[in-house]
Write a protein that binds this ligand. Structure first.
Ligand SMILES: Cc1ncc(COP(=O)(O)O)c(C=O)c1O
Length: 290
């Protein structure tokens, strides 16, 4: 794309190939899992346990990665079970993941040590990975998203903030990161600051989160967003999805229209993946994505 001499590159994290012939382990989800898997191996754990919603990219990735690295996996799923399983959970189960459903109310205790203890009593010992996969080892993995290429801006979608936090830790002083929030509200800036504050002795200031392009909130969409995703595919032959990457690219294109980026800027947009969620989205909303 060329707009006031601006170059926009798409970094295809969705096409990462970690294991030959295994397309399921890719995107920011692999970046987040990588050092957690190594740590679990080091601790000699046999089981990985984590949390997610019924369409979670993280649960999908954890099931595939756990299987590939010979771990048992347990997915604690928010809400009631629905049968037949949606494509995300069916895939997770096919990979050998044990699915356990808990009410939305109990799900809120997902970080509570007493609740985690009760899970240990029930399931035996496990390596715990938080919801969305975000922890300090995930940040270490996401720092590797930033390649040694010249750029001025790097953009990524934001859910829990782990991916953005990792990217921020790898920036050169003249580079800026922009996170595009998929959620409504402005609490994510604080979450990312909190994640970064654990990296002692460093202050990161060359980043911000744009909260404009949530399209109604997490997992919400509008016809404008859907049309954008379909047009984007037609023009650029790159598939996006409506939860994360669609919202980010919509935001970037809108900022380009507003001449937000200085002339001559080079922008890298991270395609974080998440395309597994499309099947479930189409099933729920009626094949909106062409
Ligand atoms: C495809 C995709 N992109 C971006 C994100 C946001 O990443 P983070 O939670 O690290 O902010 C997620 C999940 O959370 C995701 O599944």
């Amino acid at each position: 794309m060329n707009n006031a001499n601006i170059k926009l590159f798409v970094q295809r994290e969705d096409q990462l190939k970690v294991i030959p012939n295994n397309p399921y382990i890719s995107g920011n989800k692999w970046r987040k899992l990588k050092y957690n898997i190594f740590q679990a191996q080091k601790e000699n754990k046999k089981t990985l346990l984590s949390f997610g919603g019924a369409y979670s990219n993280h649960i999908h990735a954890l099931a595939a990665t756990g299987k590939a690295f010979n771990f048992k996996t347990i997915g604690i799923i928010r809400g009631e079970p629905h049968f037949p399983l949606n494509p995300t959970l069916q895939f997770a189960q096919n990979q050998g993941m044990h699915l356990e459903y808990i009410s939305r109310q109990i799900y809120r205790q997902k970080s509570d040590p007493t609740f985690i203890d009760s899970l240990r009593q029930k399931h035996g010992d496990f390596y715990l990975i938080p919801e969305g996969g975000t922890n300090q080892l995930a940040i270490k993995g996401c720092a590797e998203i930033v390649q040694d290429l010249p750029f001025d801006y790097i953009c990524c979608p934001v859910g829990t903030g782990g991916t953005l936090a990792g990217i921020i830790t790898s920036l050169q002083p003249h580079q800026k990161a922009i996170g595009f929030s998929s959620l409504k509200g402005d609490f994510l800036t604080q979450e990312v600051q909190q994640l970064l504050s654990q990296k002692q002795g460093k202050i990161y200031s060359n980043w911000h989160i744009d909260n404009t392009y949530h399209f109604g909130g997490y997992a919400r969409h509008t016809p404008k967003l859907i049309n954008f995703i379909n047009d984007f595919k037609q023009h650029h032959h790159i598939q996006l999805e409506p939860l994360y990457t669609g919202k980010m690219f919509y935001g970037i294109f809108d900022l380009l229209k507003q001449n937000y980026f200085p002339e001559g800027s080079t922008i890298i947009a991270i395609h974080t993946g998440g395309l597994q969620g499309l099947d479930g989205f189409q099933e729920r909303f009626g094949h909106l994505i062409k």
